[in-house]
Design a protein around this ligand. Structure first.
Ligand SMILES: Cc1cc2nc3c(=O)[nH]c(=O)nc-3n(C[C@H](O)[C@H](O)[C@H](O)COP(=O)(O)O)c2cc1C
Length: 255
């Protein structure tokens, strides 16, 4: 066989391609558990951030011990039995797609544009001296290009916003991506979700919020469609089909 030939070139190319694909797929499989662990840690970090409890110098797992995760039945507002779902391992994103663990949302009620909703949701409690100090609620819904996933924290009165954060979305950087802008997120603190009759009034307006309204948040300039998505997802998740039953139950128990 000649030292340089077409067949040798093909053999080398095939062996090289096979070796590289083995390497890449091996790395993808080998690193999957690490990626999953990183995702879980990132979610915990975001929960700590929105609750104002994040300390960059402390380990996320350690700081997270201040937070009590619970699984809630959204239809009743009651906590699910601990032997039914373990809050540590409950996969809410998977539940939202599982036909047995989710419900189809009729289009006229689907403010958040998510199609289906999980029957059970995680919520995160922060307690001080055995009294509820904060509750952190996972929220998601359509923006312009993507589904935004985030957390909304409420103070112990279960009406005043403590903070909001999105840990996953694919809105345009500089436009819809400004949902991550700390200056904009800071405008949410102190806003009230419900009016006196229990209606969800929290809204991202187009332009500047009316200072006399406790419910309005400044808009995102050039990104009104994403901002409308944020209003819709917040209103959906704080409404009757979202966490309202849980919040009303907790309020009535005076916790
Ligand atoms: C390439 C491109 C990307 C855009 N990305 C977003 C986006 O992520 N979010 C958004 O609300 N609007 C985005 N827009 C703008 C919307 O089409 C629309 O003009 C805007 O939401 C209207 O907001 P305004 O009334 O505040 O200008 C994008 C526009 C272009 C051309």
């Amino acid at each position: 066989m000649a030292r340089e030939s077409v067949s040798k070139t093909f053999v080398v190319a095939i062996v090289l391609a096979a070796a590289c694909s083995l390497l890449v797929s091996g790395a993808a499989i080998g690193l999957r558990s690490m990626q999953e662990a990183n995702k879980v840690r990132d979610r915990k970090k975001n929960i700590l951030i929105v609750a104002g409890l994040y300390d960059a110098k402390a380990a996320v797992e350690k700081s997270f011990q201040q937070i009590e995760p619970r699984v809630v039945d959204l239809a009743t507002g009651e906590y699910a039995a601990e032997d039914q779902f373990d809050p540590e391992t409950f996969d809410q994103r998977a539940a939202a797609k599982d036909p047995n663990l989710s419900v189809k949302i009729p289009s006229e009620k689907d403010l958040a544009g998510i199609g289906r909703r999980e029957k059970y949701s995680l919520v995160y409690l922060v307690k001080k001296d055995d009294k509820l100090d904060q509750v952190i609620l996972p929220v998601d819904g359509k923006g312009l290009w993507s589904t935004l996933y985030g957390f909304l924290a409420l103070d112990g009165d279960l009406n005043t916003v403590k903070g909001i954060t999105f840990y996953e979305h694919a809105e345009t950087p500089g436009l819809g991506g400004e949902v991550d802008n700390p200056t904009w997120k800071a405008k949410w603190a102190g806003k009230k979700v419900y009016d006196d009759k229990g209606g969800v009034q929290l809204v991202v307006v187009k332009g500047v919020a009316d200072e006399s309204s406790p419910h309005q948040v400044d808009g995102l300039s050039g990104a009104t469609l994403t901002a409308n998505g944020v209003t819709n997802l917040v209103q959906y998740w704080l409404g009757d089909d979202g966490f309202k039953k849980l919040l009303e139950r907790l309020k009535s128990q005076g916790v």
